[in-house]
Write a protein that binds this ligand. Structure first.
Ligand SMILES: Cc1cc2nc3c(=O)[nH]c(=O)nc-3n(C[C@H](O)[C@H](O)[C@H](O)COP(=O)(O)OP(=O)(O)OC[C@H]3O[C@@H](n4cnc5c(N)ncnc54)[C@H](O)[C@@H]3O)c2cc1C
Length: 381
């Protein structure tokens, strides 16, 4: 009987809420410890690919509404606004964009409905291998299973000695949401997302609904004008003149920040596991970091189904890692590779993007996670 088991989770982000809901739906008693004063999303918009949508459906999380934007392509454009790759998705692969706030709120509602207890203002400062999480004031909580879903700077990962390396990239992004509608992308920009390249800068345009557009402005850490907060609008308009009307609408921006790449020795130690960015943080170039966090979280709960003795948990965690880790690391590898394209001169990049994306093998590798059937969603067909 799994009903007697208890799980404690550090972090109430996409991974933590998914793991909590999936375990609670399977009879576990679950408590999340979140360090912020409330469950709160950092960031602006987020892409949810087919695999992530299947997970939300399996959890019964109501995130996608009639208002959410569904793009049918990710069009790549060069510095002169010419189309390098039309980026049409196969019909079986959906891609939806929503605000991070809406995704987190939907996951939170699903967790609460499943009976998960959420304690906010609770900072985890360490963990042990016996399902234990440690807090300030020498206080600790113990359970059958502990999970570190505490993001890129995971205290759980570090205190268990699981970290191999945590590298920050030279590339990073400023992000914001502006008022706007898909019509702002022009008559040739309907039903799609548009990513434009110019020098070492990138400008990603993501409609979220019929009121808001998410913009991500990417540049190198050495690009002092590009990184500037508040945004140096003239500098960005010089790089992307076609999109001056959107750049002019920017107001509050999330400051430039680099991406993290995390590699670990193992996804667990004893009865304590790590999931999401804590285990496999990656640059956002494939838009799969959050998807992979939810995917490994749901799979964790599935791998623990039917367990009768908590001494079996370490073996189940090992099987979970063996099954799920290759895909998460595939996304990490391809996401890093994709980022390297921004270092190429414009003319070379135009050829690399056009030819590369026209190649069926490359497209398959990029879409491998989106096309995967996440563990625990097989019944959806
Ligand atoms: C610019 C950018 C764009 C991205 N775009 C996409 C995208 O379009 N699609 C996509 O799928 N992914 C995207 N990602 C990746 C995605 O944001 C992450 O992979 C995802 O947030 C990971 O979820 P998580 O739950 O593992 O970690 P987080 O979302 O970081 O959640 C961790 C939670 O733990 C809490 N916490 C941290 N430390 C502690 C502690 N010590 N004690 C208690 N609580 C703690 C935090 O407050 C937070 O609530 C993007 C990332 C970046 C940087």
């Amino acid at each position: 009987m799994s009903g007697k088991f208890k799980a404690i989770i550090a972090g109430g982000g996409f991974g933590g809420l998914t793991a909590a809901t999936a375990l609670a739906q399977r009879g576990w008693s679950v408590t999340i410890y979140e360090r912020q004063p409330e469950i709160r999303a950092a960031g602006a918009g987020i892409y949810i690919w087919e695999n992530g949508l299947r997970i939300l459906e399996a959890l019964g999380a109501d995130v996608v509404t009639k208002d959410s934007f569904r793009g049918l392509a990710m069009e790549q454009r060069g510095h002169d606004d010419s189309v390098l790759d039309p980026g049409d998705f196969p019909p079986s692969v959906r891609l939806i964009t929503v605000t991070r706030k809406d995704l987190l709120a939907g996951l939170r509602r699903a967790a609460e409905k499943a009976g998960v207890e959420i304690r906010t203002g609770a900072e985890v400062i360490g963990a042990g291998s016996e399902g234990d999480l440690h807090f300030l004031g020498a206080h600790a909580e113990k359970a059958d299973l502990a999970i570190g879903a505490d993001g890129v700077w995971s205290m759980v990962r570090r205190s268990l000695g699981l970290e191999l390396f945590h590298q920050q990239t030279d590339e990073g992004a400023l992000r914001t949401i502006i008022p706007g509608t898909p019509k702002d992308l022009g008559p040739d920009g309907q039903d799609k997302y548009i990513e434009c390249w110019s020098g070492e800068r990138r400008f990603l345009i993501t409609p979220l609904n019929h009121r808001e557009i998410y913009l991500a402005l990417t540049c190198q850490k050495t690009d002092l004008a590009g990184k500037k907060s508040p945004l140096d609008k003239e500098s960005w308009k010089a790089s992307f003149p076609r999109w001056a009307h959107l750049i002019d609408r920017t107001d509050q921006m999330l400051a430039w920040a680099p991406y993290s790449i995390v590699k670990v020795r193992s996804w667990s130690s004893g009865r304590t596991a790590i999931i999401g960015d804590a285990a496999h943080a990656q640059p956002p170039n494939l838009g799969q970091g959050g998807g992979m966090a939810m995917q490994s979280a749901l799979a964790l709960a599935v791998h623990l189904e039917g367990i009768a003795d908590r001494r079996d948990i370490p073996d189940r965690l090992a099987r979970w890692e063996e099954k799920e880790r290759p895909l998460a690391e595939h996304c990490q590898r391809w996401s890093c590779l994709y980022g390297e394209v921004s270092m190429l001169p414009d003319a070379t990049r135009a050829k690399v993007v056009s030819n590369g994306m026209a190649d069926a093998w490359v497209r398959n590798e990029i879409l491998r996670a989106a096309r995967s059937i996440p563990t625990g969603t097989e019944a959806l067909g």
